[in-house]
Design a protein around this ligand. Structure first.
Ligand SMILES: Nc1ncnc2c1ncn2[C@@H]1O[C@H](COP(=O)(O)OP(=O)(O)O)[C@@H](O)[C@H]1O
Ligand SMILES: [Mg+2]
Length: 309
């Protein structure tokens, strides 16, 4: 759905994006991660046909951003990182304005406005003034606007920045809904934790260079040397548990801290089943067991330190 081929963007002396290659498939939720100034917005604007690359090209749904910009705009929805100022406009008027800009006829426009307002949970604000909305609501309105022409691909530039925790959670739920609708989403962020439970693929960019792109679990496993199971055993069983796991030949590493044991398991398959079976067969009682969650901050640090390329 998105294909970037050798894209470089130079502003005078500064190379904002260097020879970037990237593919995003249908239904992917791609987290575009990098610190401020890394080149995320530049890349997104190139995809949104708002900026021309110095070199290279990109395609969105097969359409070339350089030569088929009108087609790209039809199939793509772009949410910028800043919300413009719209004084003296009601929520529905704002959406009506953009609907008209997309040449959606009036009768259908009204129906679609109701739909996107319902989706973004703003129906009750339909007649409110835009500039009186809270930041979280403005952000959702901006997303509603982005959805008005039912685009297949969404480019969302730091949609959660500046939101309070509640608004962030609401936004995340909304994005999950869009994912379930089959949209392909590129979402950028410099806050890593908010993307981890949401994206299936990520790209890590620093100083204009894409350091990694691909599956999120694959990179996590690579960094950790496998999947990590965190198990807590009942008091009195800890030493035996450690021995059993170490001697099983099935664990890449075993670290114990009191009753808590971290077990790294290489290879495929249900890791918690493997560990709990080993302990159960040795008569060891378990208080809790779970696979360690993905920690994007960890992934980011390892990748940007050059440990994984
Ligand atoms: N219009 C511009 N003119 C000159 N430099 C720019 C311009 N826009 C962005 N830059 C620079 O390009 C680099 C990448 O910026 P940007 O793509 O906005 O990064 P990000 O979105 O990851 O924070 C930064 O160093 C930024 O200062
Ligand atoms: Mg940016």
């Amino acid at each position: 759905m998105i294909e970037i081929q050798g894209v470089t963007k130079i502003y005078k002396e500064l190379t904002a994006v260097k020879d970037l290659n990237l593919t995003i498939n249908k239904g992917d939720i791609f987290g575009f991660i990098g610190p401020n100034g890394a080149g995320k917005t530049t890349t997104i604007k190139i995809l949104a046909t708002l900026l021309k690359p110095t070199q290279g090209y990109a395609r969105v749904c097969g359409y070339n951003v350089l030569t088929q910009a009108d087609d790209v705009k039809r199939v793509m929805g772009y949410m910028p990182d800043s919300f413009g100022v719209y004084d003296d406009m009601r929520v529905w008027e704002y959406l009506d304005f953009f609907g008209a800009a997309y040449k959606i006829e009036k009768v259908r426009r009204h129906k679609i406005i109701d739909e996107v307002l319902a989706l973004t949970d703003l129906s009750h604000k339909k007649n409110d003034m835009v500039d009186a909305l809270s930041r979280g609501m403005k952000q959702r309105l901006c997303l509603a606007k982005t959805l008005i022409h039912d685009p297949q691909v969404l480019l969302l530039d730091e949609p959660a920045s500046g939101l309070d925790p509640r608004a962030r959670i609401e936004l995340r739920e909304l994005l999950k809904e869009l994912r379930n609708m089959g949209k392909t989403i590129l979402i950028s962020s410099h806050i890593l934790t908010e993307l981890a439970d949401f994206c299936n693929t990520i790209g890590i960019i620093e100083q204009g260079t894409l350091l990694y792109s691909g599956d999120i679990t694959a990179i996590t496993d690579r960094i950790r040397g496998g999947k990590v199971v965190e198990v807590r055993v009942r008091e009195g069983f800890e030493q035996k548990a450690e021995e059993v796991l170490l001697n099983s030949g099935k664990c890449a590493s075993v670290e114990r801290d009191g009753l808590d044991i971290r077990v790294t398991v290489a290879g495929e398959g249900p890791t918690t089943d493997l560990v709990s079976d080993l302990l159960f067969e040795a008569g060891i009682k378990i208080s809790s067991i779970k696979e360690q969650e993905i920690d994007l901050e960890d992934v980011f640090l390892q990748v940007t330190k050059g440990i994984v390329q």
